[in-house]
Design a protein around this ligand. Structure first.
Ligand SMILES: *Cc1c(COP(=O)(O)O)cnc(C)c1O
Length: 497
């Protein structure tokens, strides 16, 4: 299996190289040159398998330059009960009306990013051995919250790696900050930036492209790498859970083998829903992919009109992990839908860079309409869905998953489609406790975060996840806060270079 760059189809490489590099030199994203298929028999065989074995099968199709032993090591090291609070790794909760919530937040940081970031360190160190043997890998992350913590948990104390995370001083939730500043591990560094998320991201990008820094690090045998969601090593693990949920629903006799399902995904950077599209291409019977957005509804408009236009107001919402106006992974989808047309991708994404806008052609519009349904909802609607779902079914949704539930409801009433539906649940409600507590009628003026989530627990009879509760008594290790100009010095000091 070879990988191509979306901006230059003549670039051809293997998965290990794509994972170590993250982004192709000319700025393209790596995509598999063809999507491997699972036969009916293979899907049937997965029904009686564990999550680890399902992951092993899917990875075996994409990472063909890994040996079977290497893949086994990666999947077994990541998907176990040391890291996840359930043997099943992802749980399924059945709601009324043929809806199944796929809970992707049973990992150490209580957000779906763990599904990929628990295995990425193993994929990356294995890839590095094949391609840049002997080098230390230094991961740099700019985060608005969930990715930073999940990457820290994934890379902490992984031999041959280190990780530096930068977050905006006033731009993350109290729980997210607490999770990061109490992080354990000998190879981790966390630093606040006096600035916003864009400052963090620009600072990290500047370090990546600074030749002086690269030279200093090379002298110490260190290579910089990235853990953000454009890396193929983060996308491949997400395909696994869509294959797995189908196999599990067949096994549980919730669906017939071969029966189509809908999948609804609360979407930001388009990584998670793209993985569902790949699962469909692999042979998982999927009817509609439903793309759910909050008020930052650039994707809703794009899927409905074929015009992508980021020139719009940016909203800060109760589902902050979806507050995004440039969905990077959309580039991969469009590369496939244009028949791997790198010239068109360059044209459209060049235009996005210049004017913040592009329009796809009619052939792509038609496919978008067939594959996807897109919708969005407001913060008020998000909260009322949390309240209603809790009242009707005693199930507590987080603010992101609630967006998906609302858009799913709108889709059903608009189309009358009764296909059974998997709802990707991307975070545990206690990660966004304040908005959730308010939604179920609590008094959100309580300032202390731990007091507030204790009240939420009391009110709903649900349980604070152990990893979140544990941050209360952990010592804060990282109090540093620097100007954005000091980021490279912070990294070099930490790396002893
Ligand atoms: C990252 C994130 C999302 C968005 O996922 P994408 O793959 O970027 O579309 C949604 N919900 C939560 C809780 C997240 O952390």
């Amino acid at each position: 299996m070879n990988y191509r760059s979306t901006r230059n189809s003549s670039i051809k490489t293997q998965s290990a190289h794509a994972i170590v590099k993250g982004l192709s030199d000319e700025g393209g994203l790596y995509v598999p040159e063809s999507i491997p298929k699972l036969s009916e028999q293979e899907i049937l065989d997965l029904c009686d398998k564990s999550y680890v074995d399902r992951a092993y099968t899917v990875f075996g199709k994409f990472l063909t330059d890994f040996t079977p032993e290497e893949l086994r090591h990666c999947v077994e090291s990541a998907y176990n009960t040391k890291n996840f609070d359930t043997d099943n790794i992802a749980e399924i909760t059945k709601l009324k009306g043929g809806r199944y919530v796929l809970e992707l937040w049973h990992g150490p940081t209580c957000a779906f990013k763990d599904m990929a970031l628990q295995i990425l360190p193993y994929l990356l160190t294995t890839s590095a051995k094949k391609t840049v043997d002997g080098k230390q890998i230094a991961i740099l992350v700019a985060t608005s919250g969930d990715t930073g913590k999940a990457a820290l948990e994934g890379f902490k104390d992984v031999p041959g790696t280190s990780i530096s995370v930068f977050y905006p001083e006033d731009g993350v939730s109290p729980m997210q900050k607490r999770q990061m500043t109490t992080q354990s591990g000998e190879n981790v560094n966390v630093c606040a930036i006096k600035g916003n998320f864009d400052d963090c991201q620009n600072g990290v990008k500047a370090i990546f492209t600074d030749e002086e820094i690269a030279k200093k690090l090379a002298a110490n045998n260190i290579l910089l790498s990235s853990a953000n969601s454009i890396n193929w090593g983060r996308l491949a693990p997400q395909i696994v859970y869509y294959v797995s949920v189908y196999a599990q629903l067949v096994k549980d006799k919730e669906i017939e083998f071969g029966e189509k399902i809908n999948i609804v995904v609360p979407t930001g950077n388009f990584g998670n829903i793209l993985a569902a599209y790949y699962a469909k291409l692999m042979g998982i019977p999927v009817n509609k992919l439903i793309c759910a957005s909050n008020s930052n509804n650039v994707l809703t408009d794009f899927i409905n009109t074929g015009v992508y236009d980021r020139n719009r107001r940016f909203y800060t919402t109760v589902s902050p992990s979806m507050d995004i106006l440039i969905s990077s992974n959309l580039e991969r989808l469009l590369y496939h839908l244009t028949g791997e047309n790198d010239a068109l991708i360059n044209e459209w994404f060049g235009s996005l860079k210049e004017s913040g806008k592009y329009e796809v052609n009619d052939a792509v519009k038609k496919q978008l309409g067939e594959l996807f349904y897109a919708g969005w909802c407001s913060d008020d609607e998000t909260k009322s869905v949390i309240s209603k779902t809790f009242a009707d079914e005693h199930y507590l949704l987080d603010t992101h998953t609630a967006v998906a539930v609302k858009v799913c409801e709108d889709y059903k009433s608009k189309t009358g489609d009764n296909t059974k539906t998997v709802i990707a649940s991307t975070a545990n409600p206690y990660k966004f406790g304040r908005a959730v507590y308010e939604a179920v009628g609590g008094n959100a003026s309580i300032e202390d975060e731990f007091e507030l989530i204790a009240k939420l627990e009391e009110k709903t009879g649900t349980k604070i996840p152990a990893p979140l509760a544990a941050t209360k008594d952990k010592a804060v290790r990282f109090t540093g806060s620097v100007e954005k100009q000091e980021m490279s010095k912070t990294v070099l000091d930490f790396l002893g270079s």
